[in-house]
Write a protein that binds this ligand. Structure first.
Ligand SMILES: *Cc1c(COP(=O)(O)O)cnc(C)c1O
Length: 391
C-alpha cells in the first residue's frame, strides 16, 4: 500500500532548523573528508560525572522501591535537598513542599511553562540571542515572542526601558538567563531589582534560567534572582544539575519560587510526564551534598581553559572579553564576515566547529560562540590553527 502524505502540524513546519543539528551536519561532512575536528560548538561538559553521584545511582537503581512511577512533583527528599542547597548557596529560604518542583532537566520545564500561562496571541519577552527553547516553547503554546536584543552597548543585558509600554502590558511571561548562554554575561543584584520592579508594574511572570550559576570564575559567585526582595512574588528560577555536576545525560533539574507559578507548571507536567526516575533523584541528592571542592575543581579546569583561549584569540586581533561565568566565549567576527561566513571559514580553513551567533536569534548576528568544553591543549591548538589560517 502506498499510504498517504504525512503532514507536519504548522507549529513544527514553521520551526527554524534546530541549531545544533545544522552545525552537526557541517561537522559530519568535514569528518567524512578526514578533517581532525576541534569542536568548540557544543555546550556539553566533556568531564565525567563525579564518582559519588554515580555510586549513589548504582545503589538506588538496585532498590526495587525505585522501580515504580515516581511522583510527578519529585521526591520530597530531593526537594528538601534543593531547599537546603539554596539556603547554603544563596541564603534563600524555600518551602520544599510548595516552592520546589523537580524537572526532567531544566529544558523540560522551560519548554513546558508557556503551556501553563500563555494563551494564543499572548506575548512573551525573550532575550535574543538566547537559548532557543524560550521562543520555541512560546510558539508551541501559540504565544508571540517579543525579542529583547542583547547588545554590547547595554552590556548584553535586556534594556527593560526599551520594551514598548503596550508590549509590556500584553506580556504574560519574561525569560531571563544569567549567567547567559551565549554571551556569558552575569546579571547584578541591581539589575535583578529592576526586573522585579518591571514585573510588578506590568504583571509579568519572570522565568529566570540559572543553569550556569555554579560555573563562575575568579571567585565571583553569580546571584540568584530569588535573593532579591519580592522576587518570589513575581517569578521562578530554573536550575539544573547538568552543568554544575557534568550530568547533562542524566536529565534532572528543578524550578523554585512562586507557588502558584509552580502549580501551573506542575499541572502541565502531571498531564504529560511521570517525573524523574527516583534513582536519578537519589543521585541528585548525592550531587547537591558534595562539598565545594568538587565544583571548585571543575571551575578551575574551565578557568584555565578560558585563560588559554581568550588571550590567544585576542593576540590574533579578535574582539573578545574574558567571560565572568559559564563556558561560552562570545567573539565578534572580523570585518567583512557574517556569523555564518566566519563559522564556515573556521571550519573550512582550521577544522574548528563554532556556532554562528545569529543561530541564537537575529540580534546575535556579527558574533560566533565558542565553548571551553575541550582540553586546554586542544584550545591552544585551535588558536594555532586560526593563526595559520588567518582571515
Ligand atoms: C544547558 C542549558 C540548560 C540546561 O538544560 P538541562 O535540560 O537542565 O540539561 C538550560 N538553559 C540553558 C541556557 C542552557 O544552556
Amino acid at each position: 500500500m502506498a499510504g498517504f502524505p504525512i503532514e507536519f502540524a504548522g507549529r513544527i513546519k514553521t520551526l527554524p532548523p534546530y541549531l545544533f543539528a545544522a552545525i552537526d551536519e557541517m561537522k559530519q561532512k568535514a569528518i567524512a573528508r578526514g578533517v581532525d575536528i576541534i569542536n568548540l560548538g557544543i555546550g556539553d561538559p566533556d568531564l565525567p560525572t563525579p564518582k559519588p553521584i554515580i555510586d549513589a545511582l548504582g545503589r538506588a537503581a538496585a532498590d526495587p522501591k525505585n522501580h515504580q512511577y515516581p511522583s510527578y512533583e519529585g521526591m520530597l527528599a530531593f526537594r528538601k535537598e534543593v531547599a537546603d542547597w539554596y539556603k547554603r548557596r544563596f541564603n534563600v529560604t524555600l518551602d520544599p513542599v510548595s516552592e520546589v518542583l523537580t524537572l526532567i532537566g531544566s529544558k523540560e520545564g522551560i519548554g513546558h511553562i508557556p503551556l501553563a500561562f500563555v494563551d494564543p496571541g499572548d506575548v512573551v519577552l525573550v532575550p535574543s540571542p538566547g537559548y532557543p527553547v524560550y521562543p520555541v516553547g512560546t510558539s508551541f503554546a501559540g504565544g508571540q515572542s517579543y525579542l529583547m536584543p542583547l547588545e554590547k552597548k547595554n552590556g548584553f543585558l535586556p534594556d527593560l526601558d526599551a520594551v514598548p509600554k503596550d508590549v509590556a502590558k500584553k506580556a504574560k511571561l519574561m525569560f531571563l538567563n544569567s549567567p547567559n548562554n551565549p554571551t556569558s554575561v552575569v546579571m547584578s543584584k541591581d539589575y535583578f531589582k529592576q526586573v522585579v520592579a518591571f514585573a510588578q508594574e506590568h504583571q509579568v511572570i519572570v522565568c529566570h534560567d540559572a543553569a550556569y550559576s555554579e560555573i563562575f570564575y575568579d571567585g565571583r559567585r553569580p546571584a540568584s534572582f530569588l535573593e532579591i526582595d519580592g522576587a518570589k512574588d513575581v517569578g521562578i528560577e530554573f536550575h539544573s544539575l547538568s552543568k554544575t555536576y557534568n550530568m547533562t545525560g542524566w536529565r534532572i533539574g528543578f524550578a523554585v519560587g512562586h507557588k502558584q507559578v509552580l502549580t501551573g507548571l506542575g499541572k502541565v507536567k502531571s498531564n504529560l510526564d511521570s517525573g524523574v526516575f527516583q534513582a536519578v533523584q537519589e543521585a541528585g541528592i548525592a550531587a547537591l551534598r558534595l562539598d565545594d571542592s568538587v565544583t571548585d575543581g571543575l571551575r578551575k579546569v574551565y578557568q584555565e581553559r578560558r585563560d588559554v583561549l581568550v588571550p590567544g584569540l585576542k593576540k590574533l586581533g579578535l574582539e573578545v572579553d574574558p567571560p565572568p561565568a559559564a563556558f561560552y566565549i562570545w567573539v565578534m567576527v572580523p570585518k567583512g564576515y557574517t556569523s555564518a561566513s566566519f563559522t564556515a571559514h573556521l571550519l573550512e580553513t582550521a577544522g574548528i566547529v563554532t556556532t554562528p551567533g545569529n543561530g541564537f536569534g537575529a540580534p546575535g548576528e556579527g558574533y560566533i560562540r565558542m565553548t571551553v568544553c575541550t582540553t586546554k591543549e586542544r584550545l591552544a591548538e585551535a588558536v594555532e590553527r586560526i593563526k595559520k589560517a588567518g582571515w
